[in-house]
Structures are given as C-alpha cells and as structure tokens.
Design a protein around this ligand. Structure first.
Ligand code: ADP
Ligand code: ASP
Ligand code: MG
Length: 467
C-alpha cells in the first residue's frame, strides 16, 4: 500500500522517540511505500513563538535563553537518534546552520522590535526543518534510503496569507504527485517537513497550528495514497479530551463528517482542514499511538460503522470570549446584524458561534479571546458611538462546550437531555447554538464550569469506559 505517516510533536519529543518513530517507518516499509511527515519536536513551535515575542518586546536575555533551550534539545536529539557517522555529520552541520540562521533572524527582530507575519512564518519554520532533518538521519542510520524535503520542495504551494496559508490545489497536486511519486518509484522514502510550504513568490508560509496533519493529507490526496496514519500520543480520537475526562474512550471508527466537526472544535489539536483532502480523495485516516503501536487506533473513513450512541464526543474550546451587542436595532432593523457581521469579517475575525435573542434585542457571539479587544474597539467606534447600538459587553471568562454526533440529526430531545444534564449540576448556560448540519450542539458556560459541564454530558450519554 501507499501510506503517509505523520508524526506529531510528542512522538518526536526527544532523540529516543525520533529513533522509535523511524523504526515504525522501517517496520512498515517491507510491505508498503511510505511518505513520512514530521511536526516540530515537542513544544518547539511554542518555544519559537515565545522567542519571537521576547525579541519583539526587546527582552534579549529571554530570547537567548529560549534559543539555548531549542539548541540543546536538538543537539541532544541528534546524538540519540542518528547513529551512522556520515549521516550524523550532515545532520549536525545542517542543524548548526539552522540554529545560526535562527539566531540572526531573531537578532534582527530584536533590533527592529517588529515581526511581520512573513517573518513569523519564517521563524516558525525552523521547528519542522530541524526535526525532519533529524528524522532523515535516524532513517538513514537504520539503512533506509530517505530524502529530506521541505514542504515547498515536496510541491506544496500556497497563497501568501502568512500564518494560515491556503494551498493552491492545482499546482500543489501536480507538483507533489510528480516529485513524491518519482521518489517512491525509486524506493526512496521522502521525509517531508509538516506545517510549512512555499508561496508562489518563494517565501516560506505555514498552514496554521496543527498544520502537519494538513501536510500529510495534502500529500496523500496528491499521490492518491491508500491511507494516512497520524501518529500521536493518544490511542486515537476519543469521546473527550482524556486530560479532562478520566474515563474518555477511544472511538474505533468515525465518519469524515463527524471527525471534521470534532476537528473544528479542537479535538486532538487536529488541524480544522486536515480531513478535507482525505475526505475528498476517499482516503482512510488512522489515528494511532506511537507509544502503543499495536492498538488499532481510530479509523476515519467514508464507510465508518459508528457505535450506537446518538452523541459521539464532547469537546471544549478554551481561550474564547463572548461578546454581546445590545440595542433595539440589533433585532428590530433588518440588516443591522448583517452589517456588524460583515464589519467583523473585514477585520478577519472568525465568529465561532452566533446566537440572537429577539426578546432581549441582543446578539451574542464567540470569538478567540485574544481578538476580543480588537473586536470591541471596532464595534464601539463604528456602532456605539454612532448610536446604532446601545452597548457592547464582553465576557472573557467563558468556554464553548460542543457535543458532536451524526445520530443527533433527526433525534428529538437531544438538546433538552444535554442541557438538563448540565443544569442538574447547577451550571448556568450563557448561550446556545446548533450547527445547521445538526451534527453538533454547542453551548457556552463560565470557564470555571467547563470541565464539569463536559463530564456531565459525557456521563449522561454513558460515553466513557464503564470500569
Ligand atoms: P500531535 O503532537 O500528535 O499532533 P496534539 O498535541 O496535537 O498531538 O494532540 C494530541 C492531544 O490532544 C492529546 O494528548 C490529548 O490530550 C488532546 N485531545 C484533546 N481532545 C482529544 C480527543 N477528543 N481525542 C484525543 N485526544 C484529544
Ligand atoms: N508544529 C506545528 C504546531 O505546533 C504544526 C504541527 O505540529 O502540526 O502547530
Ligand atoms: Mg497536532
């Protein structure tokens, strides 16, 4: 079979783990052709963001400390993962160059006190470039003939929306197909940096957080692979985040529609668009655990046999804020809500949930918390000062709980059962919305009640392991 293996950050957290991941690739090479896609090691992407922010704010010491930390993690990993001398020399020299280049860029940012989105993508790209180089060295040390490719070299071409670039599909499919198939036909294993790509004019872009999943499915779609295996640190996609629901259970099979809905609400940090190419190409996706590789994991496919529950999973989205607009014109005058929403669209703000209450003449919506002050300033200026709205209110300490499942479609009473379970615990629901697909019901509660609300619904539907 033709497979794409993508290893997440935890699966590559240190040299031993990288070596282990390389062995997993090697073990499956006997019967398959495999494209390997790597995320950055552990928390490297977060560390790079912190270093960049420290440089922008002029904190030289912090920038240097983080750089040293990043450098140590990668140099240590080379020692543990790459045993062949000739490969180690190459990897060591490449990583040293990368680290030096990164130091220079951060230095410029420090002097300028400014990082454009383009600079930011360039800085973030170092994580995947270094981890993938070490994976190449680990595979080479195991005797696998491998070739290192950056996302752009593999053929992934995007527009220039830095931070969350959009692949230009016709070019990407053609280029990836040619370049990757050429290697596979020669029995060479491509090792590709996840998350990063290249714009038409040659700048490095990124596909957004969690983007390595997207790299994997884009490649799979382009070469018409049989399956994509997303290797992570959990046994599969689960009925809830195992960090907050103790008896959360692995979902053995799930449809693309449901899994995409789960990804939208942040399940397993899956890139929200990662499943699109797989769904389009009818390519099966397996989510598996590197630390427990014999477990079957989760299979996402077109023909998934679901289990008998109306509700499949309960998810929580943190770092959001609820904004409420008040004033008679919100409900009364046709077009006001539309105008407000289109103003926010122009700001590039994504509204994660919207709900209108006619009786109270109020419109509420959910945005990422870090964008809330931008949104409020805009609304105050354009709509409150001009008298169109009476008031704009912001509740920053809320979370969204999303209940997902195909069985909810056409099953009456799901909402009342969900809200009943939450109310029984004395939790106040601040806002409610149902997706038009009827694949989810989501509601907003105070942040302090979030974990309990998730557990209430999870228990109500008996989703967890019984013992
Ligand atoms: P990777 O590095 O493999 O891409 P991520 O860190 O992006 O992995 O995602 C894995 C983590 O997602 C798990 O450790 C788990 O805590 C969390 N998670 C949140 N929701 C879910 C869910 N519904 N199913 C499985 N894992 C989840
Ligand atoms: N390293 C990137 C991130 O942390 C991409 C990924 O891991 O998928 O978001
Ligand atoms: Mg991830």
């Amino acid at each position: 079979m033709k497979l794409v293996f993508k290893f997440g950050g935890t699966s590559l957290a240190n040299g031993q783990r990288i070596k282990h991941a390389a062995k997993l690739v090697m073990n499956h090479l006997a019967e398959n052709k495999i494209v390997t896609v790597c995320s950055a090691m552990g928390d490297t992407t977060d560390n790079l963001i912190d270093a960049l922010e420290a440089a922008v704010s002029g904190d030289e010491e912090k920038t240097n400390d983080i750089l040293t930390q990043i450098s140590n993690i990668h140099i240590d990993a080379i020692k543990d993962a790459v045993s062949l001398d000739s490969a180690r020399e190459i990897v060591y020299s490449e990583i040293s160059n990368n680290l030096e280049r990164l130091r220079q860029v951060l230095n410029s940012v420090y002097f300028l006190r400014e990082a454009t989105p383009r600079t930011r993508d360039y800085v973030l790209s170092f994580g995947e470039r270094m981890s993938t180089r070490i994976m190449w060295g680990a595979l080479t040390s195991l005797g696998v003939e491998a070739k290192y490719l950056e996302g752009g070299e593999a053929g992934i071409v995007t527009d220039s929306s830095f931070g969350e670039a959009d692949p230009i599909m016709d070019i990407t499919v053609k280029e990836v197909r040619e370049r990757i198939n050429d290697l596979l036909n020669k029995n060479i294993t491509p090792v590709v940096t996840g998350f990063i790509a290249v714009s038409i004019d040659g700048a490095i872009t990124t596909l957004g957080r969690g983007g390595s999943d997207y790299t994997a499915t884009l490649i799979a779609y382009s070469i018409n692979a049989d399956e994509v295996w997303l290797w992570s640190d959990v046994d599969g996609l689960m009925t809830a985040d195992p960090r907050i629901v103790k008896n959360a259970k692995v979902i053995p099979e799930i449809s693309f529609e449901e899994a995409m809905e789960m990804a939208l609400f942040g399940a397993k940090g899956l890139h929200p668009r990662a499943l699109e190419p797989a769904c389009q190409g009818k390519i099966k996706v397996r989510i598996k655990n590197t630390l427990n590789p014999s477990a079957p994991g989760t299979l996402v496919s077109e023909t998934a046999k679901g289990f008998d529950s109306v509700v499949k999973a309960v998810l929580i989205v943190k770092e959001v804020a609820m904004i409420t607009l008040k004033g008679s014109s919100v409900a009364g005058k046709a077009g006001t809500a539309g105008r407000i929403l289109s103003e926010l669209g122009k700001l590039g703000v994504n509204l994660m949930m919207i709900s209108q209450s006619v009786s109270e003449s109020a419109l509420s919506f959910i945005v990422r918390r870090r964008l809330s002050s931008t949104v409020i300033n805009k609304l105050e200026k354009e709509f409150v000062q001009t008298g169109i709205l009476k008031e704009v209110e912001c509740e920053p300490d809320v979370v969204v709980v999303a209940v997902v499942g195909e069985g909810m479609r056409g099953t009456p009473g799901v909402a009342s059962r969900v809200f009943g379970a939450v109310a029984k615990r004395g939790i106040n629901i601040r806002m409610i919305a149902q997706g038009s697909s009827e694949l989810n019901i989501s509601f907003v509660v105070k942040e302090k009640d979030g974990v309990e609300a998730v557990n209430a619904v999870h228990e109500e539907y008996g989703l967890g392991d019984k013992n």
